[in-house]
Ligand binder design. Structure first.
Ligand SMILES: Cc1cc2nc3c(=O)[nH]c(=O)nc-3n(C[C@H](O)[C@H](O)[C@H](O)COP(=O)(O)O)c2cc1C
Length: 356
């Protein structure tokens, strides 16, 4: 896809349509699908519709909604130039021959943080060499980890994170059970045989495992897949440096709550200063704004990233990030927020208020 063709993209959702046109139907169904009937995946997106943005016109509406506002931030000691980061997505060669290399190029070109999946199609060193390149302005690399059922393998994984220049470890805790998507099965999707993921993954991860990880790394660790305040408090107490409020995009067990619904209670429980990343259901920069208003420090972009990758490789992902950042700054302008710190729940109105 050329740059000219790309300019037909008006909003992030357009990438989903483009991806559907270029991907084999069963691969698209696998990517789009949520576990089971996909109810949680749908609920993730619907949860954003329960909130409206509340404009603040006075004093002085910021008029230049296309200029990049002050959206820099710091999370676990790592500096980011935007709160919009790229989520870990396994096996991206399914969507584009350049796979994670294309995503890393887009991240480097747009100064975006990227979380690389443990099950990436491209090796960690190759991705790191793009993100750690001196000319790349500020595109921190974070590495996602699943516990493996062999401690020596876990140690060498951690060592590879250290030597790659990773700035934090995102430990995914919610993927011990991943029910397949019915849509993907009906479309005939079969996991390629050489995907060794589930065979080598440890089952449920316990507190002792997490404490072991904390002892064996100097990097900050964020726990991904948190949906309850109770779990968040426990993780904070044992020394985990942050959490990712997420239900894996509705890809674990169908029927768990929409991630956005859980976010305010988790923020309340861990206090204002504890780092929270959020994902699941984010489909626009306005959604990013809502997640920050409800307690997130930053947001991970999942499926949208793969749709843009499938549609147009690095160019597509770069363009997606540009639109998302523009939408975020437009929402900030409308709601009178000059910085991310000024975004809070007062910027939103619950749709239910109107229905009463
Ligand atoms: C195709 C696909 C592969 C994924 N692979 C991983 C993975 O390897 N590790 C991980 O922690 N999460 C993985 N996730 C979950 C994402 O990191 C993220 O939590 C989710 O996509 C967010 O929801 P969204 O797609 O609605 O934005 C995957 C999600 C999808 C759609």
């Amino acid at each position: 896809m050329t740059f000219k063709e790309l300019s037909s993209v008006q909003c992030p959702d357009d990438f989903e349509e483009l991806a559907e046109k270029v991907l084999p139907p069963e691969v698209f169904a696998y990517l789009k699908g949520g576990s089971g009937r996909g109810r949680t995946a749908l609920a993730n997106q619907d949860a954003f519709l329960a909130w409206d943005l509340l404009p603040k016109l006075l004093p002085g509406l910021l008029l230049d909604s296309t200029s990049k506002g002050n959206v820099g931030m710091n999370l676990c000691g790592v500096g980011f130039s935007s709160p919009i980061l790229l989520a870990p997505l396994a096996h991206q060669a399914l969507y584009h021959p350049e796979a994670e290399l294309a995503v890393a190029k887009a991240a480097a070109a747009s100064s975006t943080g990227m979380v690389l999946s443990q099950w990436s199609s491209t090796g960690l060193a190759d991705v790191a060499s793009i993100l750690n390149n001196q000319s790349a302005a500020q595109s921190p690399l974070l590495t996602q980890m699943y516990f493996l059922n062999n401690q020596a393998h876990n140690l060498s994984l951690i060592e590879s994170f250290h030597s790659s220049g990773s700035q934090a470890i995102v430990l995914t805790l919610d993927a011990a059970i991943q029910q397949p998507s019915m849509d993907a099965m009906r479309a005939g999707f079969v996991m390629p045989k050489n995907w060794s993921n589930t065979h080598s993954m440890a089952g449920a991860v316990g507190i002792a495992d997490i404490e072991w990880l904390l002892k064996n790394t100097h990097l900050p660790v964020m726990a991904k897949g948190v949906l309850s305040a109770k779990d968040a408090i426990l993780l904070k107490q044992i020394g985990v440096q942050g959490v990712v409020v997420s239900n894996h995009g509705g890809r674990t067990v169908d029927g768990v709550p929409a991630a956005l619904k859980q976010l305010p209670a988790i923020r309340h429980a861990v206090g204002p200063d504890y780092p929270i990343l959020f994902d699941s259901g984010v489909r626009s920069g306005y959604d990013v704004f809502k997640a920050i208003a409800l307690g997130a420090n930053a947001v991970l972009i999942g499926r949208l990233q793969a749709y843009a990758l499938a549609a147009a490789g690095a160019l597509g992902v770069g363009y997606l990030l540009k639109i998302l950042n523009q939408e975020l700054t437009a929402a900030m302008s409308l709601c009178g927020c000059n910085t991310l710190a000024e975004i809070n729940a007062d910027c939103l109105q619950s749709v239910h208020i109107l229905e009463r």
